[in-house]
Design a protein around this ligand. Sequence first.
Ligand SMILES: Nc1ncnc2c1ncn2[C@@H]1O[C@H](COP(=O)(O)OP(=O)(O)OP(=O)(O)O)[C@@H](O)[C@H]1O
Length: 269
Amino acid sequence: MFSANNVTCRFGARTAVDKVSFTLERPGFIGIIGRSGAGKSTLLRMINRLTDATSGEMLWEGRDILGLKGAEKRAWQGQCAMIFQQFNLVPRMDVASNVMHGLLNRRSTLATMFNLWPEADITRAIDILDRLGIAEQAPKRAEALSGGQQQRVAIARALMQDPKIILADEPIASLDPMNAQIVMDALRRIHDEDGRLVICNLHTLDTARRYCDRVIGMRDGRIVFDGSPEQLTTGVARDIYGADASFSEAATSTSIDRLDDAYAEQMLT
Ligand SMILES: Nc1ncnc2c1ncn2[C@@H]1O[C@H](COP(=O)(O)OP(=O)(O)OP(=O)(O)O)[C@@H](O)[C@H]1O
């Protein structure tokens, strides 16, 4: 259903993504891991055409999405919703309107300017918020919500588009462990219940192992691992992160216990 073939992205002399190839036969829950600068964000941004690839092809159901232009490109972007680390909500706008902004591409500018939402859209937005356990927050300003709640609003906005693919770029990097778990549970449920493909950039190994069906490891723009969570051993992780023998898994963990362990380890050495 999806394949990337020798996809490269260069920014001047820097190669952010270097001849990346992988194939997805069915809509899975895919994690992309790697240290900062490995090319994870650039890869996601090329999939939904926020960043142009320098060369290569990406096929979705046989069609090269890298060549799409104008209305076809916008239609594709409607099919793959993006979720960001910093939520990207309109802070002073109410939660329900933020969710309905997921439909922006499909509405007239005038209707958007006057905040005129059809009843059916409002009902749908509330239903989606309800599914994510935050329907009672609908009238509040987005800025009044906790980080975890704001990220769920961002997921609701993505779902409003009814996308085939959800691209999540470090969706839990700004959250505490408890909220991180709530957000990852929500993403996993969306995949399980709706059958949407989820591709999620993660910086913690334990999260990748716990939630993903398949993990892709990137280093210096290249794919250096592509396998199941079980195959993601400490040795493999060390290669992906380019670390030496002192590499501590705990340092890439979201769990409070593991972070405490890492801290204790540091204090002892
Ligand atoms: N718009 C840009 N212009 C120039 N260089 C860029 C641009 N975007 C990314 N890069 C560079 O490309 C490389 C890959 O960046 P990218 O953000 O994709 O990595 P990442 O794995 O997502 O890291 P992080 O987790 O820190 O975001 C980095 O060296 C980065 O500096």
